[in-house]
Write a new protein. Structure first.
Lengths: 454, 454
């Protein structure tokens, strides 16, 4: 049987990892990327330039033999540094287990690394500045337009769209939606985000704690910061578009400055570029895209953000996209060169996971925004925090999702939610959570959830 | 203040009713319709050509003074004629109230009637064969292409899309979705439909009961039939696309014929065109479209199926679209020439109603498909049927939705669901529903739901 002609649309994190893996399996792949080669041109200014890489992402990098190299270029974040409006900052470790931490990584840096990996294989051809403008679902023809040149059409056996939230391959599915019964939903939050910066100190020093994810939780909005290798921090303000303390209410330099001075006094003196950043960087929207099916006729497939764009509140968007490649590779392992089965099985097995992480990420937004004002929730959090510090066998919902790399998201969600209910019930009936012994809490969990704690 | 320049994209039922009403209010409207004038050319062959018009639709027709005229051209259907596979047919009246019935109406007939109405007003200009190809949300320019001619651009103050489930105006919202945070969802059923026919008998006689909506409920599929003025019936087969008794399993004339003979023996001899219809008419998909917001900047609006396409299982798609115009007119009454407020208020007030009827219609699909096999559900149905026949003040969920024309859909849904829960509970605990006196049932409802029955 002649080898399948495969093309990948989009050379982002998911596309470049997938191309590498397919090449390792001896497959020949053409990759088209509408943007320039980011190893040669600086792009993406003002758009989410660092991300939290965690165990599922590393699992996928391990698959191509790249875990150790990547680990050299990340900054471990061992916990959340909470900056309250008043009082001392506190560092909350992700768990009592030493191996449980997440890692700040540069998105363009990781992407460049993965493109280099893909370039190591003769079987991968990377075409930059080449936009896919149309996909013909009947013939497998993709229409390509190289910047400054005309359109050409090429035909492939397999077309995989890893072209992000605005995916052209997904649009082809949408256009044929009556015929292929393509279910699709796109939902936006009323909250948006803007990227800002804390520059490095002298000699590339870090002006706030380096090895933490910084959070300034406020009422209805929040600020976060992740460290970069050069000593700077990428800061993100999450705020509603309209109403009080919103992007639209901050309509003058003076208002922006006084809002930041008042709400984030401890970074007042280390964000000198605030006003410049404010104007240069867009206030971007945050949305969840779900759709189904992801494949059509065993020939066309969408993966990563193209199939399931999620909000960033679980730090799992990139990890999920990388894990997509891992699961897809498992299907190749299972079905060999039966691509029809590979695509269909991937579709079936991966969909519940993507739905789960989308829901978890959205829940976490509301939890971070609203639940922190709820005394029961705060007591529950303290009970669980102590439990996880004192008992290494206990995984909170966050830890199940983030650190249990072999547990599918949907199972992590199910167990995490069940645990939360038990702990919330406990927190509801206790005045002082610190008076509750860890043994009592564990006993409750064993009784209520023998399937997880039996 | 100079009058607003208004354009309506789409001259279907919703667009032509709206144009008429706006003209009655002294407004000047241009209407663009991509298809030919259906009063001159026969179109739409094989696509749902009759519909059930009920009280909400008549309310909207009354608004333009057209109720009585339309009533002359419809066929009242007083109840559901159930055709079981074995045993006698039974007619179930919609309620014990004489005024509660629905009406079979020809879609092109009603559309032609409404176009004539619109044509009565000098202030309405109808342009047929003229597709809107693009809407510019910044400028209010619409790009129009008349068949056989080039593209022209016209600018309007208000652009209203009543251009159906594939709305071009909604597509403009979708394309700007990040900027305007346009939430959108499209969901398909695994079941599709195909239109078939029972032709008239001699002298335009009706070969099955004229004044009923005929239903052949089966396991996982069903057939329905609505009467036409010429003595024919439009028949629709609803069946899954795949699996047992599905469109894809019926892949030869012989299989189609034997399926119909076996499943619908009582129409075996009165559907002579079955095989021809089967080939000529498509197997179409059924989906629900929800989106939000429906308006942008007080200038652009979508209405009818363009904003909320629903599945047909409540017989409310058309009625809802016509009621949209009624509610929109109320907003004009309230806000005068403040179009910004009109569009926003319409958006806010109408959205819950559209969501409710979409959910009701989907629920009803599953109810018709699955619940009829549930003995508790069947007992509940008998209890409620008797209640509604014996007590004219009682409205079932179906009756609240269909006959209480002033009760918004969302309120009908809420009350209907609450009643159903009470009646299901009763049905669960009773062996013989006929032994239950209506007085006992009413007492239960009064106790459980004093807000509705107090």
């Amino acid at each position: 049987m002649p080898q399948k002609k495969i093309c990948i649309i989009g050379a982002g994190l998911c596309g470049s990892l997938l191309a590498t893996r397919l090449a390792q399996r001896g497959l020949n792949v053409d990759v088209y990327e509408k943007r320039p080669d980011l190893r040669r041109v600086e792009i993406d200014a003002g758009r989410s330039i660092n991300l939290a890489l965690s165990d599922r992402g590393f699992k996928a990098l391990r698959m191509i033999g790249a875990e150790e190299e990547v680990r050299k270029h990340v900054i471990p974040m061992y916990g959340r540094m909470i900056h309250p409006l008043e009082g001392e900052n506190s560092l909350y470790r992700y768990s009592g287990r030493e191996r449980d931490f997440i890692n700040s990584v540069s998105r363009p840096g990781l992407n460049a690394f993965l493109l280099n990996k893909a370039d190591d294989y003769e079987d991968v051809d990377l075409y930059f500045n080449t936009a896919c403008t149309q996909v013909n679902l009947d013939t497998g023809e993709v229409e390509l337009r190289k910047r400054g040149e005309g359109r050409v059409t090429k035909k492939y056996d397999i077309v995989i769209g890893t072209d992000g939230a605005g995916s052209v391959v997904r649009q082809a599915f949408s256009r044929a939606s009556n015929r292929i019964r393509f279910n699709f939903s796109q939902k936006f939050l009323d909250t948006g985000y803007k990227e800002l910066t804390i520059p490095p100190g002298t000699h590339a020093s870090f002006l706030i704690e380096k090895n933490a994810l910084h959070i300034w939780p406020r009422d209805g909005f929040m600020k976060i910061a992740l460290p970069n290798l050069d000593g700077s921090f990428t800061v993100t303000l999450f705020a509603p578009f309209d109403g009080e303390n919103s992007f639209s209410s901050l309509d003058s330099d003076e208002k922006v400055r006084s809002f930041f001075d008042r709400q984030f006094p401890d970074t007042k003196d280390i964000m000198p570029d605030l006003i410049r950043d404010w104007h240069e960087n867009p206030s971007s929207s945050l949305g969840t895209i779900k759709c189904w099916p992801w494949q059509y006729e065993g020939r066309f497939l969408i993966m990563g953000d193209a199939a399931h764009a999620i909000v960033p509140f679980y730090g799992q968007g990139m990890n999920c996209a990388l894990e997509d490649c891992y699961v897809f590779d498992q299907m190749i392992e299972e079905f060999g060169d039966d691509w029809n089965s590979i695509l269909k099985a991937y579709d079936d097995r991966r969909k519940p996971s993507a739905d789960a992480i989308a829901d978890l990420a959205e829940d976490n937004f509301y939890e971070m925004r609203d639940a922190t004002a709820d005394p029961v929730f705060n007591r529950k959090r303290r009970i669980e925090l102590r439990l996880e510090q004192e008992d290494p066998s206990y995984y909170s919902k966050y830890s199940l999702v983030t650190f249990k790399e072999d547990l599918p998201y949907e199972k992590a969600m199910k167990q995490g939610r069940a645990q939360n209910e038990v702990l919330m019930e406990l927190a509801r009936n206790v005045e002082n959570p610190d008076a509750l012994s860890t043994e009592v809490v564990k006993q409750k969990l064993r009784e209520a959830l023998p399937e997880y704690f039996g």
